[in-house]
Design a binder for this molecule. Structure first.
Ligand SMILES: *Cc1c(COP(=O)(O)O)cnc(C)c1O
Length: 388
C-alpha cells in the first residue's frame, strides 16, 4: 500500500536537527573528528540528588501505575513554591499549574487548545520551530514577529497591523531567547500585557532559560508583571536548568482557564509523566540552588572562550547574557546555510544556520556551547582556519 501523508506533514520541511544529525553521521563514518555545536543539549550530567530521588521512587510500586493527568499535586506544589521563592509569583497548585512531558510537549499542544482554523498566532522569527509548526497543525495561521538586531531582538508590537491584532488569539514569546540569546525586562513584558489585554490575546511565554543567565543577571518571569496572569501562561522546563533534557519533564503555569484548556487536550492525548520522574522534579525544584552557580560559571567561562575566538576571527556577535548559545553574524555576502556548510566541511564543526529558525535568522549562525572547555578551545582554533 502507498501510505499517503497528510498535508500537514507532507508540506513540512524535515525537523532541522534531524537533517543535521544525518550530516554528522556521514562525516563521522568518514573518520572526521566532528565537534558538535549544533543542538542545545547540556553535556553536564543531572545532579546526583535528583538521580537518587528517581532511584528511590522507582522502587515504590505506587509509582508504577498511571499517573494523574494534570500531574501529582506534590509536584505542582513544588512548582508553585519555586515560583514564589524565585519570582515572588503566587500560584494555586490545584488550578494554576500543570505537569508537562517537557515544555516542548506543552508548547506543541497549546494551539490545539486555543486556536480554531483560520485564527492567527503571533510567532517570533527567528524562533523555536515548535511555535510555528504547532500553529499550523491546529489549522492556525502563523504571523511573523521579526526579531531584529536594531530592536535588540524584541518584537516591535506597534508594527503589527490592526486586522492581524483582531484575528490573533495567541502570542508566543521566549526570553531569555533561543536562538538570539536576547534577554528582556519587566518593562517590555508590561508592554506585552497592555497589548495582549487590549486585543484579548493569550500570551504563551516560553521561559526555558530563565535560570541560565550570566554576570549576576536574574531574568524575570512574564507572570511577575501586573495583569500577566489574566492573559498569560508560562512554559517552563527542568531540562536546561537541571541538565534533564532526557527526562522529559516541565510545567505550565498561569491563567486558570488556559491551564484547564491545555489540561483538557492532554487528558485526551497523553497519560501524564511517570511519578518517579515527578519525584525527581520535586527534588530538583526544592533544592534548586544546589550547584546552579557552578553550572552558570561553567557556561560563562565557555561563552568567554567562544566569544574571544569570534573576535579574533573577526565575526560580529552578540555577547550572550543568558542561554547556552552564541548568536553571530556570517560575513557579508554569504548565506547562513552556505557558511554553516563551509564551517562543517573545512573544520568538522557543526553549527546551526540562523535561517533554520525562520527567514529572519538569515545572516546568522547559532552555536551551542554545551561541550567541554577543551573541545571548545579546539573548535575556536579550527574556526581561525575557515577561509572567507
Ligand atoms: C530546549 C527548549 C525547550 C524544550 O524543552 P523541553 O522541556 O526539554 O521540552 C523549549 N523552548 C526552548 C526555547 C528551548 O530551547
Amino acid at each position: 500500500m502507498n501510505v499517503k501523508w497528510a498535508k500537514r506533514i507532507e508540506e513540512l520541511p524535515p525537523y532541522l536537527f534531524a537533517e543535521i544529525d544525518q550530516r554528522i553521521n556521514e562525516l563521522k563514518s568518514k573518520g572526521v573528528d566532528v565537534i558538535d555545536l549544533g543542538i542545545g543539549d547540556p553535556d553536564i550530567p543531572t545532579p546526583a540528588n535528583i538521580i537518587e530521588a528517581l532511584k528511590a521512587a522507582a522502587d515504590d510500586p505506587e509509582n508504577h501505575r498511571y499517573p494523574s493527568y494534570v500531574g501529582m499535586l506534590s509536584y505542582r506544589e513544588a512548582v508553585s513554591h519555586w515560583y514564589g521563592k524565585r519570582f515572588g509569583v503566587k500560584l494555586d497548585p490545584q488550578s494554576e499549574a500543570l505537569t508537562l512531558i517537557g515544555s516542548k510537549e506543552g508548547l506543541a499542544h497549546a494551539p490545539l487548545a486555543f486556536i480554531d482554523p483560520g485564527d492567527i498566532v503571533l510567532v517570533p522569527n527567528p524562533g523555536y520551530p515548535v511555535y510555528r509548526v504547532a500553529t499550523t497543525f491546529a489549522g492556525g495561521i502563523p504571523y511573523d514577529m521579526p526579531l531584529l538586531k536594531e530592536n535588540n531582538f524584541l518584537p516591535d508590537l506597534d508594527s503589527i497591523p490592526e486586522d492581524v491584532r483582531r484575528k490573533a488569539r495567541i502570542m508566543f514569546l521566549n526570553y531569555p531567547n533561543n536562538p538570539t540569546t536576547a534577554v528582556t525586562d519587566k518593562d517590555f513584558f508590561k508592554k506585552v500585557v497592555d497589548f495582549a489585554t487590549k486585543h484579548e490575546i493569550l500570551v504563551c511565554h516560553d521561559a526555558a532559560y530563565t535560570e541560565i543567565a550570566f554576570d549576576g543577571l536574574t531574568p524575570p518571569s512574564f507572570l511577575q508583571v501586573d495583569g500577566a496572569q489574566e492573559i498569560g501562561i508560562e512554559f517552563h522546563s527542568l531540562s536546561k536548568t537541571f541538565n534533564m533534557t532526557g527526562w522529559r519533564i516541565g510545567f505550565c503555569v498561569g491563567n486558570k482557564k488556559a491551564i484547564a484548556g491545555l489540561g483538557k487536550i492532554k487528558t485526551n492525548i497523553d497519560s501524564g509523566v511517570f511519578q518517579g520522574i515527578q519525584y525527581a522534579g520535586i527534588e530538583a525544584l526544592n533544592n534548586y540552588t544546589l550547584g546552579i552557580e557552578e553550572r552558570r560559571k561553567t557556561y560563562e567561562e565557555r561563552r568567554d572562550i567562544f566569544c574571544k575566538g569570534l573576535e579574533e576571527v573577526g565575526l560580529n556577535y552578540y555577547p550572550p547574557k543568558a542561554t547556552f548559545y552564541v548568536w553571530f553574524e556570517v560575513p557579508e555576502g554569504v548565506s547562513s546555510k552556505d557558511y554553516a556548510s563551509k564551517i562543517l566541511t573545512e573544520t568538522g564543526i557543526v553549527v546551526t544556520p540562523g535561517n533554520g529558525f525562520g527567514n529572519y535568522g538569515e545572516g546568522y549562525i547559532r552555536v551551542s556551547i554545551t561541550i567541554a572547555k577543551e573541545r571548545l578551545i579546539e573548535a575556536v582554533e579550527r574556526l581561525k582556519d575557515v577561509k572567507l
